[in-house]
Design a protein around this ligand. Structure first.
Ligand code: PLP
Length: 405
């Protein structure tokens, strides 16, 4: 049953009251809250002057381009791949992605000139920014509840031989929270092999559930790629950015033996080795202080009330209003709101006027252009619960005004 909206005059009055309150709230980026960051504070000082890793490496020195064995094992656990295939980078998986695409663009003949990437939408703006920066054209592929639309991908591949890659956030996707189905994972590997393109598998939210007793399972793409003899088409990424400290975590890349040695040959020119002291800090944290599972359960306990706050406010204020819907993910960092076509920019503008910063409408699509102007990504992690409650009240009034107009 559709619920009628309050009158536009009433809504405008509420909006004015928010403006008068001079709010300054931000639900734009998926940053962990201070409370979450504090969960990992023990990492600071955990080495207590002992810099030797369990294999005898003096972590303070140069070297070890692909990382300490135990740090690789941590990456392997996140990525569901063999530890032998993991390289441990600096603090940002985004850097590893940027390096992979840059190296490809510079040193791989098939990646020169006019090439394209498939971009599931809505998706992660920083993936799109990398393509834009490197002059790689982007093609929108709609997300379905099972992951990117495989039929649409196939149609593009049939029509265009310049497609070299696809961006995927396979678990609790940014921003929809969707986890790819088994059929989608297998289908992607089959297509990559058949049409000779690479899958950029950014598993940023592999262990980021809202409730440890209610989680999505993701089929191991590594095992599927091995079974189908297609591992050379796969580049996998993860990091501890939203596990320990976002600004000083560890990033991981996993790839086939051929791809990894190719990547290392390029990386070895740019670096003598990564920060192994930080690797050792992470290893000790997850062996001496807590387990990954326990630690993520603590994150979940902080995130879940915030996610519930967003979902409950949306249901109360916008439930049953024609054209409004949102995803209800089991993990990740975002909730995606879909308004009626042509309303997203106006909602963001109205919320901004009332002191609530939203991710710019369009940011979830390549070139910042959402063709239907209907998607807004809500990031509930950073503000306090009280701030989030206020921000969501403003959001819902802004959405109602945009719809009423
Ligand atoms: C899908 C996805 N990948 C990567 C990142 C950034 O990861 P890192 O901090 O490891 O660069 C984010 C951060 O929001 C993300 O949402």
């Amino acid at each position: 049953m559709s619920k009628s909206l309050p009158s536009l005059a009433d809504l405008q009055q509420q909006h004015q009251a928010f403006i008068d309150a001079k709010l300054s709230l931000d639900i734009t980026r998926g940053k962990p809250s201070s409370e979450q960051l504090a969960l990992a504070d023990t990492i600071d000082g955990i080495l207590s002057g002992n810099y030797k890793s369990s294999d005898g490496t003096d972590t303070r020195n140069y070297g070890g381009l692909d990382g300490l064995a135990a740090a690789k094992a941590l990456g392997a656990e996140l990525l569901d791949v063999p530890a032998s295939q993991v390289l441990v980078g600096g603090n940002a998986s985004l850097t590893l992605m940027y390096q992979t695409l840059s190296f490809k663009r510079m040193f791989d003949e098939r990646w020169k000139g006019d090439i394209k990437f498939l971009c599931p939408v809505p998706g992660y703006d920083r993936h799109f920014a990398i393509c834009e920066e490197l002059g790689i054209d982007m093609i929108n592929i709609d997300m379905t509840v099972e992951g990117p639309d495989l039929n649409a991908i196939k149609a593009q591949l049939e029509a265009d031989s310049s497609i070299r890659g696809i961006w995927c956030v396979p678990k609790y996707q940014n921003p929809t929270g969707i986890t790819f189905s088994d059929a989608c994972v297998t289908g992607l590997v089959e297509l990559a092999k058949q049409y000779d393109f690479d899958i950029f598998w950014d598993n940023a939210y592999a262990v980021h559930h809202f409730d440890p007793n209610d989680v999505d399972e993701l089929l191991s793409i590594w095992q599927e790629a091995e079974r189908l003899n297609a591992v050379d088409h796969l580049w996998c990424y993860a990091s501890t950015s939203k596990i320990t400290h976002a600004g000083s975590g560890l990033a991981f890349l996993a790839a086939s033996t051929t791809n990894l040695s190719w990547f290392k040959a390029r990386l070895g020119i740019a670096s003598i080795g990564p920060d192994k002291v930080n690797q050792e800090r992470h290893i000790r944290f997850f062996t001496q202080h807590t387990s990954l599972e326990q630690h993520m359960a603590r994150h979940a306990a902080i995130l879940k009330p915030r996610v519930d706050c967003v979902l409950n406010t949306l249901s109360e204020s916008l439930g049953h209003i024609d054209g409004c819907r949102w995803d209800t993910p089991k993990g990740g960092y975002f909730i995606t709101f879909y308004g009626p076509e042509g309303t997203a920019s106006r909602i963001a503008q109205l919320a901004g006027e009332a002191g609530v910063k939203l991710t710019p409408a369009g940011a979830t699509h390549p070139y910042g252009k959402d063709p239907k102007d209907q998607v807004i990504r809500i990031a509930p992690s950073f503000p306090t619960l009280e701030e989030l409650e206020q921000a969501m009240q403003v959001f819902c009034v802004a959405a109602q005004i945009a719809i009423a107009e």
